[in-house]
Design a binder for this molecule. Structure first.
Ligand code: C2E
Ligand code: MG
Ligand code: MG
Ligand code: MG
Length: 294
């Protein structure tokens, strides 16, 4: 309830009255403008082969260059975008821009992948398949180089035929990754039904797996996830790798790819492109030695 004439005669809103709702409404308005006015930017985080340390791809992560609040991380606005439905045009922009960038980098690359995060609402959208097709075509990017990252909850919360939609995408040749794996309602039968190409082990497991203080159970779980994925013909990416010990452990456990602050932070396109040219021995120096690979 709004207070009638507060202490200083200023009307204040009680939180219960929806300060939050007002802020979200304002943000929704701002976000609508942001999509129109080109305030969104993508940062790219490089992904590497766990064993050879070769660059294998990038993940596109959206940011919002807010006119008053500076550069906002996705955690600050993706929720509003999803609740308002703006995630559909926002996501379409992300797809087009990421594919365009990948197409540009392809001139100098070796078949690198571009991973793009996709929300449930986008997947449910009837136009999604067409959006993906157009983005690929306009960028001249081979479908096999695009990876769509979905969370388990995005797939499980899908109100339509998620398996059918994913099958349609895979029929285009696009690859599908299950993001943050292990944190949701992971169902083994879901994995079989969906025919996913890549499992991304959530960083909470990676972070718990390290050191004497780290839990042995996190290691056992990573090991189990890798075995499961490989037996189902999937590749495994570990996210949130921050230390050489974690990288060594994941490499020993036959994780295929690694991604994390140890190797590379998400960076603006210009800086991320540096990894296209960086020599592997330079990376070896920074990551530390890996047992069994000299
Ligand atoms: P995600 O897809 O799981 O992305 C990984 C997040 O972990 C990114 O945060 C990344 O910056 C962060 N990260 C990477 N390496 C490390 C590390 O070594 N340590 C730690 N502590 N963090 C690391 P970011 O960019 O803030 O994105 C957060 C989430 O927002 C993403 O999680 C994804 O779910 C969502 N998101 C980002 N971009 C998009 C997008 O274009 N569309 C949609 N629908 N969601 C997006
Ligand atoms: Mg992701
Ligand atoms: Mg993730
Ligand atoms: Mg995550």
């Amino acid at each position: 309830r709004a207070k009638q004439g507060g202490k200083n005669g200023v009307r204040t809103f009680q939180p219960a009255m929806g300060q939050d709702t007002l802020e979200r409404a304002a943000m929704e308005e701002d976000l609508r403008a942001a999509i129109r006015e080109d305030q969104l930017v993508l940062h790219y985080q490089a992904q590497f082969d766990a064993r050879t340390r070769r660059l294998v791809g990038y993940e596109a992560l959206v940011r919002w260059r807010h006119p008053r609040q500076g550069l906002l991380p996705p955690g600050r606005f993706i929720g509003v975008a999803e609740d308002s439905g703006l995630i559909v045009p926002l996501g379409a922009w992300v797809l087009r821009e990421a594919c365009r960038q990948a197409g540009e980098w392809q001139a100098t690359d070796r078949g690198l992948t571009m991973s793009v995060n996709v929300s449930a609402l986008q997947l449910e959208d009837a136009g999604f398949l067409g959006t993906v097709q157009d983005a690929l075509q306009d960028a001249g990017l081979p479908p096999g180089q695009l990876v769509l990252e979905l969370t388990e909850s995005a797939v499980l919360g899908h109100r339509g035929n998620a398996a059918g939609q994913l099958a349609g995408l895979r029929a285009l040749g696009v690859r599908v990754a299950l993001d943050d794996f292990g944190t949701g309602q992971s169902s083994l039968s879901l994995l079989r039904q969906l025919q996913v190409d890549i499992l991304k082990i959530d960083r909470s497991f990676v972070q718990d797996a390290q050191g004497a203080a780290g839990s042995g159970s996190a290691r056992v779980l990573i090991d189990a996830m890798v075995s499961l994925a490989h037996s189902l013909n999937m590749r495994v990416t570990a996210e949130g790798v921050e230390t050489p010990e974690q990288h060594a452990l994941l490499s020993e456990m036959a994780c295929d790819s690694v991604q994390g602050y140890l190797m590379a932070r998400p960076l603006p396109a210009g800086e991320a492109a540096a990894y296209l040219h960086e020599e592997e021995h330079l990376r070896s120096d920074r990551w530390g030695a890996v047992p069994g690979l000299e």
